[in-house]
Design a protein around this ligand. Sequence first.
Ligand code: HEM
Length: 209
Amino acid sequence: MKRKVYIYKAYERFWHWTQAFLVLFLAFTGFEIHGSFEFFGFEHAVVYHNAAAVSFMILIVFTIFWHFSTGEWKQYVPTTKNIKAQVQYYLFGMFKNAPHPVHKTELSKLNPLQRIVYFLLKVVFIPLMVISGVLYMFYRYPHNGDIAGINMEGLSTVAALHTLGAFIMIAFVIVHLYLITTGTTVFTNLKAMLTGYEELEDEPKQTKQ
Ligand code: HEM
C-alpha cells in the first residue's frame, strides 16, 4: 500500500534549493570569468562569483552541522549492495517498467548510486571547488600591498583544477536533472523536494536478504 511520507525536511529543502541556485550561479559567473561568454562584464562577474562563493561556504558550514546534528550523514555512507541492480535498472529496467530495485524509505532514501555520487560530491568535488576557489581568492592577497596571504608559484594548477571541477559539477547537474525525471512520474521527485512529501510503497513484509 502507498503512504504519504514526509521525506525531505524543511532545512534539507532549503539547503538543496539554495545550493542548486548557488552552484548554477557560480557556474554561470565562473564561465564568464573563464572567458566563455560576456554577460555581466568580467569585473562584475568576479564580484558576483565571490559573493556567491562566500554564501555557498556559509551554507556549507550550516549544512555540515545539520547533517551531523540530525544523523542524516548516515544516508550518504556508500554501499556496494544492489549497485549492479541499480545500474541495470537505469540502463534497461526503467524503460521496461521494471520495479525500482531498491525500496525507498525515510531512513534510507538514497539508492546505492546516489549514495556514491552524493558522497563523492560532498567529500571530493565540493571541497575541491572550495579549496581551489579560496586559493584563487587569496592568492597574493592583497594584490597591491606587501602581504602575501598565499604566495604560490603560480595560479595555473589551481585554475585548471577549479575549471575541471566546474565541468564535473555541470556534468553532475545535467545527469541529476535527467535522473530526477525517472521517479514514479516525471515530476514525482521534483514535487517531493518542493513539498517534502512523497508517496512511498509500504515496507515489504519479508525482507530476507
Ligand atoms: C566556495 C566555492 C568557490 C570559490 C571560493 C570560488 C572562487 C573563485 C575565484 C576567486 C575565481 C577567480 C576569479 C578571478 O579571476 O578573480 C573563480 C573562477 C572560476 N570559478 Fe569559482 N569558486 C567557487 C565555486 C565555483 C563553482 C561551484 C563553480 C562551477 C560550478 C565555479 C566555477 C569557476 C570557473 C569556471 C572559474 C574560471 C576559472 C578560470 O578560467 O581560471 N566556481 N572561482
